[in-house]
Design a binder for this molecule. Structure first.
Ligand SMILES: [Zn+2]
Length: 401
């Protein structure tokens, strides 16, 4: 249904957006991108008095309509204070200029800003409170959270009926992850397999009535700390990270190792868990420039207390995922393991990392590259998620008198 709605939005995208502020009318052209209709952010300056500035973490803060929006290239989310809204398309650079989705102006801004209203019949964005819009620049100077606290809409979107699951496709962009199999032509590149499985998993979870947020939907690098931040800011209930394993080339028969394993966050217990931990945390070395986690004003302070509370839940979730995968996976069950993954460290919710198979093994590489198997693996993880959540739901209900 969501896909149909998006399609309808695409088809009915106007050629331009009318922005009316009192007697002043500005027509902003709609840019069509491969993913959907967008609007050049720099054109919002003259039309809406919007201002943009690049934050130290490479994100872009857009002050408009009395609120501050935090967006980043290739990230299909917009943060407004503590709330995160999924975007129909990720902001992209077109000829060196940032293009934000049209949906941001027609749907999200009117929802979060009291100074703006959208008339879908006329494709017209109206400034209903010019004083507030003129004051936008002053608001932009404050950090996003305080801006949101001052400008919280009457009905904040924080209240939700659905459980929210964050699906994280491991690696991406210049970080390929592992590749394999050993001794054969490369058929598995981890970042491609994780994205394909993550997309299938998102579809499977949505079909089971859950709300899904993906950390990436394209071949792009998302900093490990940003992946956790997305999960936290969206107030998600669960975090699932999908990866492909690689055998240590120093093993006696590295190509022979097969199987699947599920990790939750804790000190690495075994040498083998330490190997996987080191391998997955390697991604950090690709995080230079705009995606560097350093100086991220939204970076979360690691809180051991919060993590410990989720340890039991995470281990339960990991056990459920592993047990459900065991029913369909051809490889041996390597069990539930513990390791200190950076990607899990910053998400304050039950979080697991699934190594869905060894891309270094020729037989398993075939499984991992197969659409059919990707769908089956995603379906099993989705089933496990639902079964974990229903148990969790019962625990919560019985715990509250
Ligand atoms: Zn990986």
């Amino acid at each position: 249904m969501i896909a149909a709605l998006l399609l309808a939005l695409q088809l009915s995208a106007p050629a331009e957006l009318v922005i009316r502020s009192g007697a002043r009318v500005v027509n902003v052209p709609v840019t069509s991108t491969a993913a959907g209709p967008g609007v050049r952010a720099d054109l919002l300056g003259p039309a809406l008095g919007a201002t943009m500035r690049r934050l130290p973490n490479g994100h872009i803060s857009i002050a408009v309509g009395g609120i501050a929006l935090d967006v980043a290239e290739h990230l299909p989310f917009v943060a407004v204070g503590d709330s995160v809204f999924p975007l129909a398309i990720a902001p992209v650079l077109v000829d060196g200029r940032l293009v934000v989705p049209l949906q941001l102006l027609t749907e999200i801004l009117p929802r979060v800003s009291r100074a703006l209203a959208y008339d879908s019949v006329r494709d017209e964005l109206r400034v209903t409170d010019t004083a507030r819009v003129r004051g936008a620049t002053a608001v932009a100077a404050k950090p996003p959270s305080s801006a949101a606290a001052a400008e919280k809409p009457a009905a904040p979107p924080a209240r939700r009926a659905q459980r929210v699951v964050v699906v994280d496709a491991g690696h991406g962009g210049p970080d390929n992850g592992m590749h394999g199999p050993i001794g054969e032509k490369t058929s598995v590149i981890e970042k491609d397999v994780t994205l394909a499985v993550a997309k299938q998993l998102a579809t499977a979870l949505r079909a089971r009535g859950l709300k899904v947020i993906m950390t990436r939907t394209t071949d792009t690098l998302i900093a490990l700390s940003d992946r956790g931040r997305i999960a936290n800011a969206s107030h998600a209930d669960l975090f699932l990270s999908v990866h492909v394993n690689a055998a240590n080339p120093n093993w006696k028969k590295p190509a022979a190792t097969r199987g699947f394993e599920t990790y939750f966050l804790a000190e690495a217990k075994t040498e083998d868990a330490k190997r996987v931990e080191a391998m997955e945390n390697e991604s950090v070395k690709f995080e230079t420039g705009v995606h560097a986690p350093k100086g991220d004003p939204l970076a979360f302070i690691i809180n051991d207390m919060a993590q410990n509370e989720h340890l039991r839940e995470s281990s339960d979730l990991a056990g459920t995922v592993q047990g459900t995968l065991a029913k369909i996976h051809p490889g041996p069950d390597r069990g539930v393991r513990q390791a200190n993954f950076a990607v899990l460290r910053t998400s304050f919710m039950p979080a697991v990392l699934v190594e869905i198979g060894f891309g270094t093994n020729p037989a398993e590489a075939k499984v991992l590259a197969s659409k059919l198997w990707q769908t089956r693996i995603a379906g099993a993880i989705a089933d496990a998620t639902v079964s974990y959540l229903s148990r969790y739901e019962r625990r919560v209900t019985t715990a509250t008198p």
